[in-house]
Each structure stands twice: as structure tokens, then as C-alpha cells.
Design a protein around this ligand. Sequence first.
Ligand code: SAH
Ligand code: SF4
Length: 378
Amino acid sequence: MPAYPAGSLRYCAFVSSLMKQNLLDFNLKGLADWFQDIGEKPFRAKQVLRWLHHFGAEDFDQMTDLAKSLRAKLQDLAEIRPPKLLSEQASDDGTRKFLLEVGPGNHIETVFIPDGDRGTLCVSTQVGCALECSFCSTGRQGFNRNLSVAEIIGQLWWANKALGRDPKGERLISNVVLMGMGEPLLNFDNTVSAISVMLDDHAYGLSRRRVTLSTSGIVPAMDRLRSVMPVALAVSLHAPNDALRDELVPINRKYPLGELMSACKRYLEHAPRDFITFEYVMLDGVNDQPEHAEALIRQVRGVSCKFNLIPFNPFPHSGYRRSPRERVQAFASRLMAEGIITTTRKTRGDDIDAACGQLAGKVMDKSRRTMRIVEVSA
Ligand code: SAH
Ligand code: SF4
């Protein structure tokens, strides 16, 4: 150890010289800036991003088109550090779940859902969630922290490696949904940066239509997303009126339905798809009655949308039950009769607890478990 007293400027400089830059924390722009900072040509960023994400390189020696001297420099200054992969489970229906460690005591889960020629990866953006939706297991666990860019993109990085490619050499992951643990718009900068890596042709090259961000309705952040990174949008609605939505999705008290519908209309002006997907979890006797369907039809009038009805996925002590199948069908038929395309989500990965809202991981709750959403700013 050096002779500098802890806290002194020289000590801090010494410590930071020991900390290597994790290159998975960068998108193309960040990487180009960093190369410039270390006295290298910014165009190296494209090469290195390709190695990191296209080829899934785990160390700099694999980057054979970089000069040996540059590889040695990267070795000194940087690292490739994804979150630690702890385990992998496969469901009978082909769903695969990855458990990743993101620091002591905190785990997140990522789920791959194959469906015909489509393969969707469901990605988490936070450790836990602060928003306390009453029917959501993640929300019940509390909130610990935002995930870094490396931890968000690291989920895709790992899943791609584990899944490999199909016989035609195509990647199995064709779509990404930001629908795992957490509220992506409350981790705005890291989420947007990770999305830009997903879309980058030097990395995963996904189209904006194939990356869907799901939000509980953080209105100002929806407007920001529309201007900086318009990707496909899903909004978790779950109730046709403010009184019920206040109860199920408490952030509604801050951004009520009228404001949310206006934000959806604004988003559609720039969206890569010409509709918003409304997610609606079907809770027996709570929000699944004919009068709820009628009120919902009035509520979304004027918003180009599709509905995705989600059978509630139970978890211990939730206090809710899944709506019977006939009631879900009747609800869907009523919306369809109004010309609203409505699908019912298949429950996948039930046997490995990988369904929506069951992703719990392990969260050390650092939040005060009182109603504090009014303090959450976008
Ligand atoms: N925070 C974001 C994204 C993560 S939640 C959001 O709320 O949209 C992803 C989806 O799973 C949301 O539509 C959410 O309402 C739904 N969900 C949460 N708990 C669920 C449960 N127990 N059963 C079914 N769907 C659930
Ligand atoms: Fe958070 Fe979404 Fe769960 Fe609500 S449904 S608690 S916003 S993860």
C-alpha cells in the first residue's frame, strides 16, 4: 500500500488508477469518447464494440485485429466484466431462465421465451422496484438499486452466449422486452444507453420495432424516451379508472389516466410502431367484469392501441386470484368487438417461476417501505 493517507487526493488518484473501466458499460458514443481520452483513435470503438457484443469476446487477446500494443494497453486500463451467471434453468416449454448476481445479496433474472421463429429475451433494469404495484412480486420485494449499463446489456450478452445460434447461423434472440424486474423509465440513462447497444449494428443490430419497453406510466420519462430513443412501447394499464388504478398501480396517483393517455398519443407521433400495447393483468373479481371492459373502451378511445391480457401469475400471499379462462375470453371478445386487437398472453415457464411478475430474484430492500412514490422523480 502507498504511504498516502486515505482520503488524500493522491490516495484517491492511486485507487482510481487501480479501477479498470468496464467496457460493457459503454455504448458506441461512450466507447469512442473513452478511446479518445486514452489517446487512441475513436474509430476503434466500432471494432471493439463488435468484439464485445457481436462475438461475445471475454478477453482482449481474442481481439486479433487490434495491434498487440493496443491489446496490452486495454489489458492495463480496462476489463470486460458482465454480471456473474449463477445458474440457468430450462422449462418443459423451452423457456430458459438465467439467474445473475449483481453484487452481494442481489440477484436478477432474465428469461428467454421461444415462440415459433421468434425468440424474446425479457430483461430487467433494476434490482427490485420501488413502485409497489399490489399484484407484482417484484414490487412486493422492495427496491435496492438501478442496474448499470453493463448489468442490463450483460443479460443479453450472457443469454446470447448460452443460447448460441440456430442452424442458419442466426441468433436465437430476435426481440427484447424490457419487462423483467424494475421500472425501466426510472433508470432512464442506463436503460437508454443499453438500448442503444441493442440497436447498434456493431453490437446486436435489433430494430426499434423489436425492442419493447414496458412502463407503468412515468409520463415525463415517456416524453423523454419519445425524443431520444423511440422504441416500441407497452404501458401497464390494469384498470379502466383512476380509483382502481390508484390501488393496483400506485404511481397512478402521480400520473393519472388522463395524463397517461395524452402521453401515449404524443408518443405515437414518433413511435416505430403505430400502436401502443396496453398490458392488462386479469385479476379475478377485481378488474375483469363487463363494466370494466366498457369503461376501458371509453378510456382508450382515440389512442391507437392493442391489448395484451395477462393471466395473473400467483405468488405466495398475493391476495389475488387469476381470472377464470371464460372471463378472460369474454373480456377479450368485448374489446375485439370494438375493433381493438386483443391477445391473451400465454403463460410460459410456469414450472420454473419465470412468468410475468414472478421474477423475484433476491433483493436486499433499501427503500423505506411506506408510500414514497410521490418522491420518485423521472
Ligand atoms: N415496471 C414495468 C415493467 C416490468 S413489469 C411495468 O410495470 O410495466 C412487466 C409486466 O408484468 C407489467 O405489465 C406488469 O404489470 C406485469 N406483472 C407484474 N406482476 C404480475 C403478475 N403477478 N402476474 C402477471 N403479470 C404481472
Ligand atoms: Fe414495478 Fe412494474 Fe412490478 Fe409495478 S408491475 S411493481 S412498476 S415491476
